[in-house]
Each structure stands twice: as C-alpha cells, then as structure tokens.
Design a protein around this ligand. Sequence first.
Ligand code: 5GP
Length: 199
Amino acid sequence: MSGLLFVISGPSGVGKSTLRREVVAKVHDLKYSISCTTRSRRTGEMEGVDYFFLDRETFEKMKARGEFLEWARVHGNYYGTPRRPVEEWLQQGFDVILEIDIQGALQVKKNFPQGIFIFVAPPSLKTLEKRLRERNTDQGEEILLRMTNAHLEMKSIHDYNYLIVNDELEEAVDKFRSIIVAERCRIRDKTDWIEETKT
Ligand code: 5GP
C-alpha cells in the first residue's frame, strides 16, 4: 500500500500555509511534511511545527548526505524537505502534503511523476502585494523580491495538475479537500482492480 503525494506551491503570501493547515485538520490520514530552512524564525513561528530552523552548515551537511527529497534556494535562504519521514509515511499508506516552492516541486515531479501538483494563485498580483504588506512579516525590499518572484512563478502554472485561486479561504479549502477526495477515488492500477473483481 502506498500513499499519495500532494505538492502545493504558489507565490509567497498567497495563503498556502493557512489553506494547508485547514485541510490537514479536516482530512484524515494526511500528513504534512515539515521543511528545514536556514531562514530566521519569524515572530510566532515554532521549531518543529512551522519549520526546522537550521544553520547553513547543518543544512549543507544534510544536503551532502542526501537527506533531502528536494531542496532549493528561495528568496536568498535555503529550504529542503527531509526525505525519511515522507518516504516512511507513503510506505505506511498515509497521504503526504509538501508545501514547497516551484523549483522544489519540479525536482519532485522529475523523481515522482505520480505526485499530484497543485498551484495556489492569488486573485491578482495586486491582491498579493496587499496581502504581503498587511502580513507585516517582511521588510520593503523583501516584499519587492517576493513580488518579482511571484511574476515569474505564475508562469509555471502549466507544470501543475490543479489550480486553486485563493480568493475566499473557505472556498479554497473546499476545492483543496475535493481534489484530495477525488484523487483518493481515482482508479490507478486497473489490472489489480480487474483481477480482484474476477474473484
Ligand atoms: P517562507 O519563507 O515564506 O516561509 O517560504 C518561502 C517559500 O519557500 C515558500 O514558497 C515556501 O512554500 C517555500 N518552501 C518552504 N519549505 C520548502 C521546502 O522544503 N522546499 C522548497 N523547495 N521550498 C520550500
């Protein structure tokens, strides 16, 4: 038995974390993979809950030992998905969500094409900028960098299987949940199923 791998990406500030938290709370047997990062901790963020906060040296060592399923440099910091928990959960039959940037998602897609790739987009780039400013977690220059990246990131939508426009949170959560439910109902290996119905 093997679980499904859901990968969500989208520009910074689009509301991926809120969306993911809501969905993980509502859907059974779904695990969230906590990433490692070299970025400094924001107010309110907790070690081992939001991220594993590492120094650059520790990150590099883990990278060299092949301990990341994927990793990327995003907005000047390093981020990576620890390989072991994800592989173990999938083997145990749990479905797993990775909330990672587009470079990371493309790495996963190469090695794991059966993954389900979901892009979360803002209703407009103007709305995104407003959300980033209101979030108050980044300084002016940082916001500018995140907006420049957002323009580029929007061009990657076609590498994904699903698009969720995050306008109303409740509606977006509902769409995300529906995607998971539908993917769980999908018949993947028709030969197994045909053999089973024969007996
Ligand atoms: P933030 O600094 O705002 O928490 O995250 C910045 C970006 O890094 C977001 O797009 C987020 O999805 C992405 N990110 C978080 N964890 C990972 C990871 O493990 N791998 C990759 N490739 N990107 C990540």
